[in-house]
Ligand binder design. Structure first.
Ligand code: MF3
Ligand code: CO
Length: 254
């Protein structure tokens, strides 16, 4: 069921989203060769807690056999698509890293992600990041009252594929609010004019995951890290938005 938020709920989601955005800026400023993903995780956790908020991903359970998610953020490098677990890995020049942050405050969630270059990167990785970020905004532009969810999906897919890349299909964007993951599911591929109708008061996280090669992914034995099956790089950008007065407002901004 899709929950339409009240003005009061939207304000609480906005507050969580602001902390998400600030955390991402802080992380981005700390990305450099030589830093470990665990250090980035600690920086994010400290900042979130100092804002009287909770890192939303820590302890998250996806059911099944996987351990509960151990990090405060997700750090996914190169061929890692999403849900990379922070640890002792040291960032190296030429890598790209997706930083994904979720915050819960006053019972409401915010969720966003961005990909960052470590030092100088190849032109093809640069293009991958640019196309992925642009596809997010092209998707957001479709989040208009009385459009349908797959208008977002189709716009993302069309733009990404016309640039020679592919959209991951096994993972989707989602509603966000009282829960980190709510209805509707927001795929990054699909047919325009289909799916649930978008209404004022809906809050959704749009998050294109774009592979340089083929769209297939698999999950590593840690139970979390999703990687491109062909081992080629992947990028990821995400914003939480609200539809108000018929139009999208990005909430995960500072
Ligand atoms: N932004 C991701 C998502 O919406 C992060 C989830 S990580 C998890 O699915 F650990 F919480 F699962
Ligand atoms: Co998300």
């Amino acid at each position: 069921m899709i929950h339409i938020k009240t003005k009061k709920e939207i304000d609480l989601i906005r507050e969580s989203c602001k902390i998400v955005a600030e955390t991402l800026v802080l992380l981005k400023n700390n990305v450099r060769s030589g830093i470990t993903t665990r250090e980035l995780d600690q920086i994010a956790e400290d900042y979130i807690l100092s804002n009287n908020a909770i890192p939303a991903f820590k302890g998250y359970s996806q059911g099944g056999n996987a351990i509960d998610y151990p990090g405060s953020i997700c750090t996914s490098i190169d061929e890692q698509v999403v849900h990379g677990i922070p640890g002792g890995r040291v960032l190296k020049e030429g890598e790209i890293i997706s930083l994904d942050v979720g915050v819960k405050k006053n019972g409401y969630y915010g969720d966003a992600a961005l990909s960052v270059a470590v030092g100088k990167i190849s032109d093809e990785k640069k293009k991958l990041m640019e196309v992925t970020e642009r596809s997010l905004y092209i998707g957001i532009d479709q989040a208009i009252e009385n459009n349908r969810v797959h208008d977002i999906s189709a716009a993302v897919q069309e733009y990404v594929e016309s640039n020679g890349f592919s959209v991951v299909r096994d993972l989707c964007g989602h509603g966000v609010g009282k829960y980190l993951h709510e209805d509707p599911s927001v795929p990054n591929y699909g047919q325009a004019g289909t799916g649930p109708k978008l209404k004022n008061g809906m809050t959704i996280a749009i998050e294109p995951m774009v592979n340089m090669g083929r769209y297939e992914v698999r999950t590593l034995f840690d139970g979390w890290t999703v990687v491109a099956a062909d081992g080629l790089p992947s990028a990821h950008f995400e914003h939480s938005i609200v539809i108000s007065n018929g139009h999208p407002e990005i909430l995960t901004v500072c």
